[in-house]
Design a protein around this ligand. Structure first.
Ligand SMILES: [Zn+2]
Ligand SMILES: [Zn+2]
Length: 647
């Protein structure tokens, strides 16, 4: 008798070994049609794999990450099969599922390349093979069998992967005429894959190592229904239009220079204005919540990072030490702000009455990323965190968490991120060997986080085994206007650094105690947040934040002086305004400035000059007629006030 426990706690009993598919069918035949994979205890399995002992299971449909993962990962195998038919002798690297779809890294050998023009052919072959409804069959193999197979195939990449595996843990998956080294899980059959699109190509170094061969990475996506693919492609088009790298250029927000270095963003005046707007906004809220601004240098002695543990963990793979003419003196660029803040905390003795102490800094940090990993503002080598470190007593943890959550809610609200969830990352449920700090502290802090999210009535999910080794954390995921999920703010408990830096406070018992440290960054980093904000708003920032709120467009040179007068007037009202006095037709000026997403266009000519007015045009909404200058100023100030009065 095998007992299967479902997520709701109910138990189903089976006389003999049973597969996820059979359990689903037992619940309802309709469910069996929709399930794609099954979590058995802590592992995701193929639906057909027999469960031979009492287990806890969860069935996954398309809407679950695990369901999509099985679907897309199986599709990567299908694409590999198609590629092998079309390009005999092709060799394969890895082929995982990703957030949207999957890829496979391939080596076509000498004299063969892929271009976009080959995509329809690959898609057609994939469809043909999918329609054969081939089953994905799991097969345990010994290490020597695995080596033999891929030696005969001449695939040195798979052989290298096998080399790193332990005998007894190796599985093959076969479907149709294709065999792959893989640990699964996969779909029951290729027949479930109904809609197929090969999306793009990229270069990818084998094992991410720039010294090794560059393979071709083929990206694709598949769906169980044609309609889902069509919807996705529309979304993808819209996402391309909103790409922050494209809009960043159009709006003149930031740039990169090969001479300065890859992955080091240069903020242009309008981008700097936008960033300053965000910083001032957060500073104002933080002040209300009892934060104090601090400022620390961009480098620190190597010993600082040895103490913090960062050197041991990241030293080798990151920017190398900066040496000075003085003998033996070595500095490192800071990858984090925390060690500096720990030393700030230590500048004097603290009593329990002083806590919590909240140090905030827009701290710029540097982390080495491989050039292939760099991407616009979302993956960079230097970035500014909206960082703060809270030093508190253990009994203050929950309250501090709630306060940080308030700040994050205010930000999301002000920037129109309506849809966000929190992910609570806790320890592994049973194996606690890798975590530092006492069990008692962990239990307290995990409970504090959970109570805080419940009391704040947040949508949340719990992820076990996702905590850092030094403490549990809470991450905020937002959905943007296109429904894409981004991880933004984070709050993290830390028992490690207070220990390493020997931080103390004097308790009411006159004894010395360790404070708990909280790291938090509501935006995450300014770079990443601006990128997400651009893609979320398509560059149409809220009026209070947008770099230029209005632009004055004189109809001809004759009205440039009047335009300047209007500019001075509006500047006095703190309305961020500029003049477009280029010698261009008014129609072109309107188009250009609409493209720059400036919310208000103010056209001035003879009539406006005589009546001391401006003709107002709202971006994307057309002409609104003439307005007196003070009426216009009042309109703007009212709108800004309405947007910001809650903060
Ligand atoms: Zn696989
Ligand atoms: Zn930190």
């Amino acid at each position: 008798m095998i007992k299967i426990t479902l997520p709701d706690g109910s138990i189903r009993e089976f006389d003999e070994a049973v597969s996820g598919y059979e359990i689903a069918y037992d619940i309802s035949p309709r469910l069996a049609k929709e399930v794609l994979s099954v979590t058995v205890n802590d592992e995701v399995w193929d639906l057909q794999r027999k469960i031979t002992e009492d287990s806890k299971i969860k069935l996954h449909k398309w809407d679950d990450e695990e369901g999509k993962h099985a679907f897309w990962h199986s599709s990567a195998h299908l694409m590999a099969e198609a590629l092998e038919v079309l390009y005999p002798g092709i060799k394969f690297g890895i082929g995982p599922s990703i957030e949207n779809g999957f890829y496979y890294d391939i080596d076509l050998g000498e004299d063969r390349t892929l271009t976009d023009a080959d995509f329809p052919k690959i898609e057609a072959k994939m469809k043909e093979l999918a329609q054969q409804k081939n089953e994905y069959n799991r097969k345990d193999v010994t290490k020597s069998e695995a080596i033999e197979y891929f030696t005969s195939k001449g695939d040195e990449y798979k052989l290298e992967l096998i080399n790193d595996l332990d005998d007894g843990t190796i599985t093959f998956y076969e479907h149709g005429n294709f065999t792959d080294l893989c640990k699964g899980p996969h779909l029951p059959s290729t027949g479930l894959i109904k809609a197929i699109k090969v999306l793009s190509l990229a270069g990818a170094y084998w094992r991410g190592d720039e010294k090794r061969k560059q393979l071709t990475r083929v990206y694709g996506i598949t769906f169980p229904k044609q309609k889902m693919l069509e919807e996705y492609l529309v979304l993808l088009e819209e996402a391309k239009k909103r790409d922050h790298r494209k809009i960043g250029k159009e709006l003149e927000l930031f740039t990169f220079s090969q001479k300065v270095g890859q992955g080091l963003p240069l903020w242009l005046p309008r981008g700097a204005q936008l960033r300053e707007g965000l910083e001032n906004f957060l500073k104002k809220i933080q002040k209300r919540y009892g934060y104090q601004q601090v400022i620390a240098p961009h480098i620190g002695l190597k010993d600082l990072w040895v103490t913090s543990g960062h050197y041991e963990k990241y030293g080798k793979d990151s920017f190398q030490p900066i040496t000075t003419p003085a003998e033996g003196e070595e500095f490192l660029l800071k990858p984090m702000n925390c060690p500096h803040h720990c030393e700030i905390y230590k500048h004097k003795q603290h009593s329990y009455k002083d806590l919590p102490i909240r140090y905030a800094e827009f701290g710029t940090v540097y982390r080495y990323e491989q050039s292939g990993e760099l991407h616009g503002l979302t993956r960079v080598r230097g970035f500014t965190q909206d960082d703060a470190h809270i030093f508190c007593r253990p009994d203050q943890l929950k309250d501090e968490f709630k306060k940080v959550m308030d700040i994050i809610s205010i930000i999301f609200d002000a920037l129109n991120f309506k849809n966000f969830t929190a992910q609570v990352s806790l320890r592994h449920q049973t194996d606690h060997s890798k975590y530092i700090g006492s069990d008692e502290n962990w239990e307290k802090s995990e409970a504090a986080i959970l109570e805080a999210v419940r009391e704040k009535d947040l949508n949340y999910v719990i992820e076990y085994d996702e905590a850092a080794f030094y403490g549990p954390k809470l991450d905020f995921m937002v959905k943007d206007a296109l429904g894409r999920q981004w991880q933004l703010g984070t709050i993290q408990v830390d028992y490690n650094l207070p220990e390493r830096f020997e931080l103390e406070y004097v308790g009411s018992d006159n004894q010395k105690h360790r404070p708990v440290m909280i790291h938090r960054a509501p935006f995450g980093s300014m770079e990443r947040f601006v990128a997400v904000l651009i893609e979320h708003t398509a560059g149409k920032f809220p009026l209070w934040l947008t770099p230029d709120q209005a632009v004055i467009l004189p109809i001809s040179e004759k009205y440039n002086d009047y335009a300047k007068k209007v500019l001075n007037y509006l500047n006095n009202y703190d309305i961020r305004t500029l003049i477009d006095d280029r010698n261009e037709k008014i129609g072109k000026k309107i188009r250009d400035n609409e493209l720059k997403r400036i919310p208000y266009l103010l056209i001035v000519g003879e009539k406006e000059f005589e009546n001391e007015t401006v003709s107002v045009r709202i971006q994307g909404d057309g002409d609104k007629g003439a307005m007196k200058l003070d009426d216009f100023a009042e309109l703007i100030n009212k709108e800004v006030k309405a947007q910001t009065e809650n903060y």
